[in-house]
Design a protein around this ligand. Structure first.
Ligand SMILES: [Zn+2]
Length: 168
């Protein structure tokens, strides 16, 4: 099959990027992780975020404490790349005051970097482990994904859930 030059270039361009935002044509996604720590009587809320790559790996480039009504101080740095499964890693310093391995109250979000649109996503392993699998990635396969908890209901309606997932 012969492709016309221009057409071929377009196809190749899309092949290099698994995500194209339907609103803004952006190609980049941002992962945000929000968690709380108990510091004495007070609870602190933190977030960190960074790019999600086409290979489903991500790393956090920014971190900030979420202040109620105050100015947030953003720290920039390399907080370590997240490989296939970060669950085995030692807790970082800021996590020591948290609830140990209890990640149930953590929240994860995926957004289009350009227009900030929320992108639905799942995980390659249960309990929010493994790789992040955005629904709008070109290689997304529902039955090979576990939904992030906030999308459980809508995935259930679509009958996207894998066999063996027990509903509460
Ligand atoms: Zn967008």
């Amino acid at each position: 099959m012969i492709l016309i030059e221009g057409r071929s270039a377009v196809v190749n361009d899309h092949k290099f990027s698994k995500f194209t935002c339907k609103e803004c044509d952006g190609h980049n996604l941002v992962v945000t992780h929000v968690w709380s720590i108990l510091a004495g009587a007070n609870s602190e809320r933190w977030q960190e975020w960074g790019p999600l790559k086409d290979n489903h790996h991500w790393h956090y480039e920014f971190r900030e404490k979420i202040e109620a009504g105050g100015e947030n101080e953003i720290q920039r740095g390399d907080f370590g790349a997240f490989e296939e499964d970060d669950s085995a890693s030692e807790p970082e310093e800021y996590e020591i005051y948290g609830t140990g391995n209890d990640r149930e109250n953590d929240e994860f979000f995926v957004n289009c970097e350009n227009c900030d649109r929320e992108i639905e996503f799942g995980w390659s392993q249960p309990d929010r482990r493994g790789l992040i699998l955005p629904v709008e990635f070109s290689d997304f396969v529902p039955i090979e994904s576990w939904p992030d908890p906030k999308y459980l209901d809508i995935w259930q309606q679509r009958e996207w859930l894998q066999k063996g997932i027990i509903q509460p």
